[in-house]
Write a protein that binds this ligand. Structure first.
Ligand code: FAD
Length: 314
């Protein structure tokens, strides 16, 4: 069996999502990694070091500079014949790319896989994470997105994969890149942070959201997350959203502040190791999943928590 992983990277650094995908693929067969981009030899060199990788396929061309799904999908299709499995992480990038590849190959993808039973049998969440479904796919080729938090990180060193250049494919002129707006943040990245401080509609305003959560996140070296209601109300940017239609996180510590705990929010954070919830409503559903529950007004509880942390030397 052979597996093709579509790598993800930011600027000059391979994403950890790719290491999680490699770890999942190790259960399936020999692993090749595709790096598509422009001037990405450095990324290929990083991928080459990953333990357990056979080959790095390098598609280096100006057409792939923005790694648009529309451009990369035909490239993956061209390579697909040699592989039994094609895998991407269930990130914004992977969720955008893989369904396009699946449609072009006329295959049904299995999304957000959390466990691999055998080469055709996979477990993934359904109903916003309220049930786990085991599916057996009889197709000759399996296309999977994997949930990164469900698979360990593969070793990023020790490998000696060969790098092979692959021919580029004409890019369909259906869409074009205009601009990329990135949120600048001094905090760790949400999906890989060990601690996440997350705020909901209970914060009441964008000013209060920033005034209460930023110092707490700074003190704990935490990423900041948000409920969809907080994002919709303009308290936080869209890419802070945790949940069914946002990011899935599983940090060591998740602090939910002024978040009710709707199932769509829980779908994105309930696998966190320790969950702390601060809410003034003792019946809020977030308390059903919380390890530590504080029924209190967040406007007094958060500054008090910060004071206590500072007193402890944080
Ligand atoms: P609310 O439900 O309004 O809760 C606010 C909480 O703050 C309450 O529990 C209240 O008691 C508490 N509070 C208020 N004031 C204070 C105070 N002073 N001190 C302490 N506590 C206080 N939601 C997501 O989060 N992520 C998703 O990805 C997502 N995807 C969705 C997809 C679909 C298809 C649908 C239909 C919904 C989705 N939602 C998602 C929305 C979800 O259903 C909820 O509406 C949302 O999570 C509620 O956000 P919230 O908890 O911040 O707001």
């Amino acid at each position: 069996m052979s597996v093709l992983i579509i790598a993800e990277y930011q600027q000059s650094c391979l994403d950890e999502a790719t290491l999680h995908a490699v770890s999942a693929a190790q259960q399936l067969g020999e692993i090749d990694i595709l790096i598509a981009g422009h001037n990405v030899a450095g990324i290929a060199a990083q991928a080459q070091q990953i333990s357990g990788v056979r080959k790095v396929l390098l598609a280096d061309a100006p057409d792939y500079a923005q790694i648009l799904a529309e451009a990369v999908a035909p490239l993956v299709v061209q390579l697909a014949d040699s592989y039994d499995h094609i895998i991407a992480a269930a990130t914004c990038f992977g969720k955008n790319l893989l369904p396009r590849v699946a449609a072009l190959l006329d295959c049904a993808p299995v999304s957000d896989v959390v466990a691999i039973i055998d080469s055709q049998t996979f477990v993934h969440p359904i109903y916003a994470g309220n049930a786990l479904q085991t599916v057996r796919s009889e197709q000759s080729k399996q296309l999977l997105t994997i949930r990164t938090t469900a698979f360990a990180l593969a070793e990023s060193a020790g490998g000696q994969a060969a790098i092979e250049s692959v021919a580029t494919v004409p890019v369909p002129e259906l869409s074009r890149f205009i601009e990329r707006k990135l949120t600048k943040s001094d905090h760790p990245e949400l999906t890989t942070a060990k601690v996440v401080v997350s705020g909901g509609r209970g914060l009441g305003s964008a000013e209060n959201f920033a005034a209460l959560l930023n110092p707490l996140a700074d003190t704990l070296n935490a990423a900041i997350g948000a409920s969809r209601a907080a994002v919709d109300a303009g308290y936080a940017p869209n890419d802070y959203q945790v949940g069914q239609t946002g990011k899935v996180v599983a940090p060591e510590l998740y602090i939910a502040i002024g978040i009710s705990g709707a199932i769509q929010h829980l779908a994105g954070m309930k696998d966190s190791k320790v969950i702390v919830a601060i809410n003034k409503d003792a019946d809020a559903p977030i308390f059903n999943v919380a390890d530590y529950a504080l029924v209190a007004d967040l406007n007094t509880a958060v500054p008090e928590l910060l004071e206590q942390l500072k007193a402890l030397g944080h």
